[in-house]
Design a protein around this ligand. Sequence first.
Ligand code: SAH
Length: 220
Amino acid sequence: MQKPDIRGIGMTSQRARDRLVEQLREMGIRSEVVLELIRSTPRHLFIDEALSSRAYDNTALPIGHNQTISQPYIVARMTEALIEKGIPDKVLEVGTGCGYQTAVLARLVPHVYTIERIDALHQRAREHFQMLGLRNIHCRHGDGSRGWPDAAPFGGILAAAAPIGVPVTLRSQLEIGGRLILPVGKSGNQALLCILRSADGFQEQQLDWVSFVPMVEGVS
Ligand code: SAH
């Protein structure tokens, strides 16, 4: 296999990444750990070569199958919320897509589980993980709204697709002290929530207004 161009050239260069990190800082991302992860994760390797000049723009980009790679600000915001009280040992991600958010998580969290409902995307993400030598990712083709019961409980769960309401099954796979970060609501009116599980139950906090693809049941 050809060695991936991790550093990138032209618009995939360090300068483009530094500019992106400055934008995220201005937009309110405070965690230096997260900013450094965004700086050093090669987003250009997750998208079609024809789009690589836009790889470090702070926008979502198409990845085929009517899906998008998440906007870097959103990846940073969700990762920051996930690790606010410390880095969890085991995290579940719903909606692998091309695997960009998964790769960011895997460079921080010891064990990452991720589920994608579209088989072609799942296969492509798997190739990306191999290419980058990320060996702490367990990826599966399936319906992530049911979580991953065999690997539960998780210290963190992160969803990259928006259900209409919080799936109770996902919430129940959090450990005590764990947090679920997910967008909820219909397209055009979605809130990014952080749900904390304590010994007494669940507390909900709204982080932002966001725009995600819908969480769809079943596989394709
Ligand atoms: N973080 C990803 C974002 C991908 S977009 C990235 O950076 O590439 C969200 C993904 O969620 C899509 O690929 C979509 O197919 C997937 N998805 C939607 N509903 C799902 C479900 N129930 N289970 C698993 N994946 C789902």
